[in-house]
Design a protein around this ligand. Structure first.
Ligand code: KMH
Ligand code: ZN
Length: 273
């Protein structure tokens, strides 16, 4: 089995300080959280930017500050969000890709997202994929429902995205595929043999699906974007606390955790200069 790649989804676009007082918001706070998570075993950080008032933004200058501040602290792989927040335009969402981060997310379809609709028109998705190719950015395909994986496989055949695929099964969004073992097993069964996958269980699904992924040879995403609790009714004290738990469980299961350098090799990415 490959070493375990842990992604820390530090901030997201929807979570508030009222829900999670330790939520990192400013570039310095996000970079500090990234460094703590890297120390705890994360090799990728999934990053969303926020305005000083806490509202979500895809502002390129703020992403630049975040990336610079993270890279000054540690070697973790920075994965920017192109999902942004519900209601943002595709042009807004794509902005951080032009900073040539090592990775970016690429959502593979439209999904109801709580009370909103997370729109991903096929023609916009194609533009996103082309931009990532142009800038040498490794896409992580965000799969919120099974049809999105079917779409990704169709895209692979058409040459719109490259092998080996790296996908993130985001399970448990209200409107998307359920955060259950059965959903994960089905999705995994559809992947090409050379694909890598990670799972982002939402809310209470984060820990059980993460543990399943450790056992099945997948990878794991944790963090406040997807879940603010450590256990039922108990808020997590930091993103790093959630990363530490997954790293500890994986090591106990004799599956060592990947460094960023090892994660780049597992994902078929170039070493960082
Ligand atoms: N905030 C969600 C609407 C991504 O980062 O690529 C979309 C999202 C996905 O978070
Ligand atoms: Zn995100």
């Amino acid at each position: 089995m490959q070493k375990l790649i842990i992604t820390a989804a530090l901030t997201g676009a929807e979570v508030t300080r009222a829900q999670q007082p330790a939520l990192p918001i400013s570039p310095e706070e996000i970079a500090q959280a990234a460094a703590e998570c890297a120390l705890a075993g994360a090799s990728i950080v999934h990053v969303h930017a926020r305005n000083p008032d806490g509202s979500p933004t895809q502002d390129k200058a703020i992403y630049r500050q975040i990336i610079t501040a993270i890279q000054a602290r540690c070697d973790v792989i920075v994965q920017v969000s192109t999902g942004g927040a519900v209601g943002m335009t595709p042009q807004e969402r794509l902005a951080p890709v032009t900073l040539t981060p090592e990775m970016a997310t690429l959502s593979m379809g439209t999904v109801n997202f709580g009370d909103g609709v997370f729109m991903n028109h096929p023609s916009d998705m194609e533009v996103f994929a082309q931009a990532m190719r142009l800038h040498g950015v490794k896409p992580e395909l965000e799969i919120f429902d099974s049809g999105m994986l079917t779409a990704a496989l169709r895209w692979l055949k058409k040459g719109l995205i490259d092998s080996p695929l790296h996908v993130d099964f985001v399970l448990g969004i209200p409107g998307g595929m359920a955060g259950t073992a059965e959903a994960l097993m089905y999705l995994r069964s559809q992947l090409p043999p050379d694909a890598t996958w990670t799972v982002a269980g939402i809310g209470a699904a984060q820990l059980p699906l993460g543990v399943m992924a450790i056992l099945l040879g997948g990878h794991v995403r944790v963090g406040f974007e997807d879940n603010v609790f450590y256990s039922k009714g108990e808020l997590a004290s930091s993103n790093a606390q959630l990363v530490s738990r997954i790293a500890r469980i994986s090591q106990e299961m004799n599956r060592p955790v990947a460094t960023p350098k090892e994660a780049r090799a597992i994902l078929g990415m170039a070493p960082r200069g």
